[in-house]
Write a protein that binds this ligand. Sequence first.
Ligand code: GDP
Ligand code: ZN
Length: 364
Amino acid sequence: MSQPSFRCGEEHPYTLNDLGWTEEHERAFSKYTGPYLPGRVACRQKTVWDVLIDGGSVTAGISGALRRLGRFPAVGDFVVLLDQPEAGTTVIVDILPQKTRFARGAPGREGGDQVIAANIDTVFIVTAAGHDLNARRTERYLAIAHASGASPVIVINKSDLADDPAALADELAAASPGIPVIPVSAASGEGLDRLGPYLLPRRTIALIGSSGVGKSTLINRLMGRPVQETSHTRDYDDRGRHTTTVRQLFVLEGGALMIDNPGLREVGIGTASAGIAETFPEILELAEGCRFSDCRHEGEPGCAVQAAVAAGALPAARLESFQRLMRELAFEEEKAEIGLVRLEKKRWKAIGKCARDIGKMKGK
Ligand code: GDP
Ligand code: ZN
């Protein structure tokens, strides 16, 4: 394959393999012969994408076909690039299959949900000692993480502020059966070595968690230099808007890949339906014993879940949390449905207008 003449931006020392490329990607890419090049999306700007390729990076648009399909690459996506020297552009022509995906909003019938980040192996759910520490909030993030397909790890930051960090870890562990809970201090570096097993070369990690828990501090600490600050050194255009976009995919010193994306930080419950079951495995197991298969565990006769709460085997707060997330999810799904109905109506209106216009033309 002849090396296409990509206009490379910034150079870097990483190969595509270093960026997480696997044999599966290689297989998916093998159908492309010609001036194509694989890469990994490091950030999305409004209409262009920064893509890391072997040893460098390119800024690319997307093909008309992807645009028409509403398939917009997300940070973390592996993509196929095509150089178009005559047009002076590079375009993304395909998105390779995603291993995991964080999406915004409940998925519509046509799969119209917006992917925020893709191909994340491990997600650090970051919380902090102090008032952010909240098992209920952690359950919500767990549901989101499970739904994405990535493996969650709970990180309790600011453990330097806690009298007894181990007790905090126990408290959260009770609300997250089987999930590692690791107290750290991004400020002092204490406990960070325990994140090592998840920070393996070529593995992709992302951080989610409320604002102020110390995600930026943690990333800077793991990077060994202030990437978030340096990348926030912004250029402004004459209308005061900042014109540079912050890279969102970083290679850590040990070779792990870190994704930090503002949308991912505030990802909502809307997409988490599949994740709720995995977040509350013991409730799902108990529910098998309920008399009614569609039992909502809200006082129906023969409810095994309520019985477990009465017997002290299941904390009432945990059941409440489950029910609250289920209600929230039902609401999000309903909202998505309404959105679809509106969309459908709009489409029919457009078709109707088109038909009338044709009618007028014929009438002439
Ligand atoms: P983000 O919004 O999650 O990115 O949080 P930041 O990284 O901006 O941190 C929010 C505040 O918490 C800052 O004032 C940090 O200095 C502070 N902080 C971060 N990590 C720690 C920690 O481990 N211990 C303590 N005491 N403060 C921390
Ligand atoms: Zn029940």
